[in-house]
Design a binder for this molecule. Structure first.
Ligand code: 3PG
Ligand code: MG
Length: 394
């Protein structure tokens, strides 16, 4: 890891173009989850403390290079000000004038950078316009680092560049989980579809000692072994792929843990009639909605034997009770082992954070990433352009 951090930069009197990800959920004009906002506070505060002027650059939603008033970043301002405990200036246009008007100690947020067509094109001229606005570039948007956009990639080559505190924390946690982890390493990969996680599974097989497959994805693997899965969510057309993944795992010495018992209902609804059966005994009209207790015990045993856990995706239909049981039990066991100092646990991606929050386990994991797509691409072993640009700059 060869990027610079805020500690390496002299920020006094400097305008610091700070790429953040405050692409937060909004409902009825209000931010409903400010996690991504609170995670960038250390960076903003450190820049201020070192005498720099933080100019926040961010995107919101996908306006595709046009001004879409409903996608203005202004909607995040109250939440940002509340979290920071101070007023934040906002520049809808004429960024240079707004930056000049920003006094030392103040923070400025620029309008949705995706309103500009050059942003997503990673356009060199647009990046040069951005670079001309500041003295230093700080990237604190790990969760947007899988995008090679002007404000995440090209601009990093044009100014002295460093990682912000959140970027640093994300990269260090990910390095501890997969780069150079304490072994054995166990991975949990859940979620609905195998088709979206093929690259991820094949990368993990080479890197981890055991791999728990859960959620709808597991059904595809069960079916590929000739096990009847009834009406369950299942990608039958991926049977060959699933068998190839299992063969690859065997060759690599990676143990795959599939459900041995499952919770089956006749329909996908909260409180639906359900029973726990062996994985080989799913009734024809049954739908697998969760892993059973024996499977959970096996997963927990794998956690107990491991030193490092990396987790992406729920084990069952955790949004509806009681099909959250396996996810909740496994997440709590991982959190307990982490608190006991026996496990380094790192989680991220899409539904994972809400599943762990639901289990009351997120705060007790070693690290929970704020990233969705970037976390997945990183688990796939891909180079993230936003990170690579910092490494070259550093
Ligand atoms: C995210 O929400 O995952 C990031 O902000 C990236 O957003 P995008 O998927 O629209 O590029
Ligand atoms: Mg996304």
């Amino acid at each position: 890891m060869s990027w610079k951090t805020l500690d390496d930069m002299d920020l006094a009197g400097k305008t610091v173009l700070t790429r953040v990800d405050i692409n937060v959920p909004v409902q009825d004009g209000r931010v409903t989850d400010d996690t991504r906002i609170t995670r960038i506070l250390p960076t903003i505060r450190d820049i201020l403390a070192k005498g720099g002027k933080p100019v926040l650059i961010a995107h919101f939603d996908r306006p595709k290079g046009k001004v879409v008033p409903d996608m203005s970043l202004k909607v995040t301002l109250p939440a940002l000000e509340a979290a920071l405990g101070q007023r934040v200036r906002f520049a809808a246009e004429d960024f240079a004038a707004a930056i000049a008007a920003t006094e030392p100690g103040e923070v400025l947020l620029l309008e949705n950078i995706r309103f500009f067509p050059g942003e997503e094109k990673n356009d060199a001229a647009f990046a040069a316009e951005l670079a001309a606005l500041g003295d230093i570039y700080c990237n604190d948007a790990f969760s947007a680092a899988h995008r090679a956009h002007a404000s995440t990639e090209a601009v990093a080559h044009l100014l002295p560049a460093c990682a912000g505190r959140l970027m640093e924390a994300e990269l260090r946690a990910l390095e501890a989980a997969l780069g150079n982890p304490a072994r054995p390493v166990v991975a949990v990969v859940g979620g609905a579809k195998v088709s979206t996680k093929l690259d991820l599974l094949s990368n993990l097989i080479d890197k981890v000692d055991s791999l728990v497959i859960g959620g709808g994805m597991a059904n595809t693997f069960l079916a590929a072994q000739g096990i009847g899965v009834g009406k369950s969510l299942c990608e039958h057309d991926l049977a060959d792929t699933a068998r190839a993944i299992m063969a690859k795992a065997e060759g690599a010495g990676c143990e795959i843990i599939l459900p041995g018992d499952v919770v089956v209902a006749d329909r996908f609804a909260a409180g639906a009639d359900h029973e726990t059966v062996a994985a080989g005994a799913v009734p024809e009209g049954g739908m697998i909605l969760d892993a059973g207790p024996e499977t959970v015990a096996r997963i927990v045993a794998a956690f107990e034997a491991a030193r490092t856990l990396i987790w992406n995706g729920p084990l069952g239909a955790f949004e509806i009770a009681p099909f959250d049981a396996a996810t909740v039990a496994a997440a709590r066991a991982a959190a307990d082992l982490t608190e006991a100092g026996r496990l380094v646990s790192v989680a991220g991606g899409g539904d994972t954070v809400s599943a762990l929050n639901h289990a009351g386990a997120a705060d007790r994991f070693t690290y929970v990433s704020t990233a969705g797509g970037a976390f997945l691409e990183w688990m796939e072993g891909k180079t993230l352009p936003g990170v690579a640009a910092l490494e070259r700059a550093g």
